[in-house]
Design a protein around this ligand. Sequence first.
Ligand code: CO8
Length: 260
Amino acid sequence: MEYTLLLIEKNNGVAQLTINSPQTLNALNSAVLGELECALYELDRDNDVKVVILTGAGEKAFVAGADIKEMAAMSAFEGQQFALKGQRVILMMEKMNKPVIAAVNGYALGGGLELALGCDFIYASQKARFGFPEVTLGIIPGFGGTQNLSRRIGVARANELIFTGKMIDAAKASEWGIVNEVFAPEELLPKAQETARSIARLGTLAIASAKNAIANGLNMGKEDGFRYEASLFGVLFATEDQKEGMGAFVEKRKAEFKGK
Ligand code: CO8
């Protein structure tokens, strides 16, 4: 599909997906959400892509939230449909077989922070700012933010961020466990690419199973999660990648994974 609001560059098994409407600080309107849904679907089915990096165009913003101008005139039903559309994108990232890394280059506010939290982990520039300003607009996070933030950083810190609508900087976001690592602005994408390429070189079936075990395990009780992990672990012994990975270790050579 042709995209007008996204840029997609593919190299060495890594797809860099850039939301490209810097004039509105990459705000998420229905059209962007629709393109994101299609792009993620296509990237998940593309065998040449092993890892996705999600970022925003321009120097200022990753995504400054859902499009307030579009939302301003919505009815209650339209608001609900819009939230469901955004949630489909977030859930799609969670259900994809490949890791999605958020490279947060600037503001990640409201729906933008929800989008980043839907990724498997977040790298940030020192210039990044994070917050949920929804309450200042008379609404609450609607793209999964109330659920994903409290799961990731605990209820008390999630409560503070969501109830106050305040912004925190990258250092605080790192301290709170929202962000894995903070980089100088010019280092953010190279570092995200480096990590993505190192994952892309590994067995895609093992990575997909690990993602599946972690994401689905969070929705289960601990013993069910353990059983689920064991079943995925067992299935991997039926793959060529497991034979190759362990064989290479025994033969003291570098493994060449095929994703089979
Ligand atoms: N929506 C629409 N347009 C936006 C948005 C946005 N979220 N953010 C920025 N823009 C536009 C501005 O209107 C401006 O356009 P114009 O030049 O035509 O006026 C342009 O982007 C540049 O922005 P600013 O001039 O404001 O740039 P500043 O550097 O002065 O400020 C800020 C940057 C602080 C990021 C500021 O733009 C801002 O506060 N933006 C809004 C942030 C916000 O409140 N985000 C949360 C939105 S609500 C949300 O995300 C809910 C998600 C769940 C939805 C559930 C479904 C109902």
